[in-house]
Structures are given as C-alpha cells and as structure tokens.
Write a protein that binds this ligand. Structure first.
Ligand code: IPE
Ligand code: IPE
Ligand code: MG
Length: 239
C-alpha cells in the first residue's frame, strides 16, 4: 500500500522539464537537450524496475507545446518516432508495457500515421510484466477532463449517475492508479496542465536538477523522501 508511510510509491509521474536550459547552458541546440532527455527517461525506467515501482508516467509533450517553433516540434516528434521504433526492442526486453496518454483523435494533431505507430508499440509491449510506462503525449489535463465529460454525456448518463468514479472511468488513466508521487525537474514549481485530477493527493517534489541530468541516485533520493512523508488524506493519523 503506497498510502502508508514507509511504503514504496506504486506510481511516479515525471514532469520532465529543463531540457532546453540544459542545452543552452552548454551552447548546444535545444534538441540536444531533448535527446539527452530520452536517455534520462530510459535510465529512470531501468532504475524504477530495479526498485520495484509498478507504474511510471512521463509528461513528454503538452497540448500547449505545439506553440513552440516548428523545428523544435518536428525534432521532438522525430525522437518520439525513434522511441517507438528503434528503441522498442530495448523496452520490450526490459519487460516494459507502454501506454500513450493524450489526444490521439483521428482528426487530431499527432496524425494517423504516428498514432498507428503508438498503437502498434502498445500492442507489441502489452505482455510487459515488469513495469507500465505511460508517455503523456499531446496531453493536457483540462482537455482530458473535457474529453471525459463529453464521452459521459454522449453515453447518455443521467446527471445523478455522475460521480468521481464515473468521471475517472473516462480519463486516459482509467485503468491506471493515481500517481503517489509527482516529480518536476529544473526548479519550476507548477503543474503546467499535468494530471490535475489524478494528482489530487499526490506528494509533489520540485527538484533543481535539469531533466537530462536526472539519474538513479536522484530517483532513489526522491523515493526515500516520499517514504518518510505522512499522507493524511484530510484525516488525523497521529496525535
Ligand atoms: C521539457 O524541457 C521537454 C518538453 C517540454 C518537451 P523544456 O524544453 O521545457 O526545457 P526548458 O524548460 O525550456 O529548459
Ligand atoms: C511542461 O513543461 C510540459 C512537459 C514537460 C512536456 P513546459 O516547459 O512546457 O511548461 P511551462 O511552459 O514551463 O509551464
Ligand atoms: Mg520547460
């Protein structure tokens, strides 16, 4: 049980921030920061498997990130494409079950071809039994909630049947437990439209390290910090 002090988090969510600043500080193009960011993601998955974490989520591209320069967006999409093709075998071997959370609607911005690759990667890794890794892509928390409410209304649910559970059952995370811990790197202290519903009672950590430098030692330290926290959920647990 991850809601008891001393227990491992079942699900850790990452807002992978600071790639651009990491690159700029080294006189490199922003895309180099994103490339190193993918390495950090693989490192984190390997370390989390070793620690026995069941679920990881990574905020990879927000619904707002389309406003970035076209060449940066294209570079990020190329990295994603490599992730679900060239890098897939490595993830499969490690026992990763991949999931993509976000707007993949047919007329959406990701495009049919890329969405097909994402579905294929999910299918090919569906037997992964070491860890579930959610990549949040073209993801925005408010858009997700709007999408869920629309689907609920279309299902002709009557108003009285609306509940926290019924809304949760239409979110992209419907079959995934809420994150216990959310880590944002690079020092910014905001959610930037990430899992606002699911993080209602998560422990939050804002670390100064830039995402490309995040490693197993940072993960172990964050999990150690988490395990020392008392999660009260509004109750009184100790006198
Ligand atoms: C996070 O790093 C990666 C994405 C949002 C895709 P940034 O690209 O936001 O890096 P900074 O915040 O500009 O340093
Ligand atoms: C949040 O980072 C999105 C991802 C990590 C994918 P941003 O860098 O886009 O967020 P802001 O603009 O600093 O809030
Ligand atoms: Mg940023």
């Amino acid at each position: 049980m991850s809601d008891q002090t001393g227990a491992l988090p079942r699900h850790i969510a990452f807002i992978m921030d600071g790639n651009g600043r990491w690159a700029k500080a080294r006189g490199l193009p922003r895309l180099e920061g994103h490339r190193k960011g993918v390495d950090a993601l693989h490192r984190t998955v390997d370390a989390a498997i070793e620690m026995g974490i069941e679920y990881l989520s990574f905020y990879a591209f927000s619904t707002e990130n389309w406003q970035r320069p076209a060449d940066e967006v294209a570079g990020l999409m190329a990295l994603l494409r490599a992730f679900v093709t060239k890098e897939l075998e490595k993830l499969k071997k490690a026992g990763v079950r991949l999931r993509f959370l976000g707007d993949q609607s047919p007329d959406g911005k990701l495009g049919d071809e890329l969405c097909g690759l994402l579905t294929k990667a999910e299918e090919e890794t569906s037997q992964g039994d070491k860890i579930t890794v959610c990549i949040c892509l073209n993801y925005g928390s408010r858009a997700e909630i709007v999408h869920a409410v629309k689907a609920l209304v279309q299902s002709a649910a009557d108003v009285d049947s609306l509940s926290e559970d019924s809304i949760s059952s239409y979110l992209y995370t419907k079959d995934i437990p809420d994150p216990d811990l959310c880590i944002r790197t690079s020092g910014e202290q905001r959610l930037s439209n990430f899992m606002m519903w699911q993080l209602a009672y998560a422990e939050l950590m804002f670390l100064p390290v830039a995402w490309p430098d995040f490693d197993a030692a940072h993960l172990r330290a964050a999990v150690g910090d988490f395990m020392g926290r008392e999660r009260r959920y509004g109750k009184v647990l100790s006198a």
